[in-house]
Design a protein around this ligand. Sequence first.
Ligand SMILES: [Fe+2]
Ligand SMILES: [Fe+2]
Length: 360
Amino acid sequence: MPAGTLVLYTDQPARRADLLRALEQIAPCTTLGAAEPPPSATCIALVADLDLLVPAPLTGLRSLIASTPDLPRVFLMRSMGTRSLSAARGLGGRLCLPAETPVGTVVEALRAQIRPPAAPPKPTAPVAGSAPGVPLVAQAADRAGAVIASLLESARASGTVDAALVNESLDPILGAIGVGGLTAWLETVRAYDDATYQHCLLVAGLAATFAIDLGFSATDRQLLVRAALVHDVGKAKIPLAILNKPGPLDPAERTVMCTHAALGHEILVKAGGFDETVLAVVRHHHEMLDGSGYPDGLKGDAIPDIVRLITVCDVYAALVERRPYRPPLPAAEAMRILHGMKGKLDGYLVRAFERSVAGT
Ligand SMILES: [Fe+2]
Ligand SMILES: [Fe+2]
């Protein structure tokens, strides 16, 4: 851990003694009001615990951020609404957690930034139990990543998968999204160096967020996240040279890639234990309302709502994820493209999805 002080900018120092004690486990911590100048000692990280919707001078906070733009930081948010989040982002707050996040999770989130881990290893087996000291979000992502890895590995090797395995990661994902919010989830899963794991985790996080915001029952939330996690299982049967090609696919390669939807459906039917809804998502998540999708060219009402919902999450995830040949698209640009797919995507769901993503 580098030498120096942490800085806690807070507008309620008397109420955050617990947070201060927890932060001091990392390094000495200086508590300041948002207008107070930063300490002269070297700062190694920043926690902002401020109501960003209340007009107040933030001169000290801004001066610290301006002098050390890469300073590790966590913003604790009184509100996870759009206005509050855009204020935090305007201050370079990439990791925004609700104010009620357990202090241990805040400490771990900060530690992870101060000493960033190497890119997570490609997991090969489910992570059993809870590893102490691992942040909730990272822990859920690791567990879900391990499930996806195991799923793809077994589909690749034997052409079948274990339905029960998928269920292990549903509650951790929903819990991590509920506590950490979508922003923290996206930040965490973007560290995965395997494009397919990263994509499935992104789609699962987006689906969990969407399901929570749409007021789905616990059972339906789990169903949606289960479908999201396995939606691309057919990619296990796509040659790695195509799957991991560090550039856009040519038409012949694209044709091969498009077989993943039908292949995934076949794998899950053979495995047994997956309900009809999940099977429909896996086979039809690339169908478009105008019939231009694949593999069956379904149109309009022939595409069930839950499939349409995952399709929206899937298209958005593909746009905002990191690719070897292009940086992730900003959220606003990705939403613009989704709105432009009129006639192909369900416009009502795209608008609801936009509200959901913006509100987290
Ligand atoms: Fe797909
Ligand atoms: Fe996908």
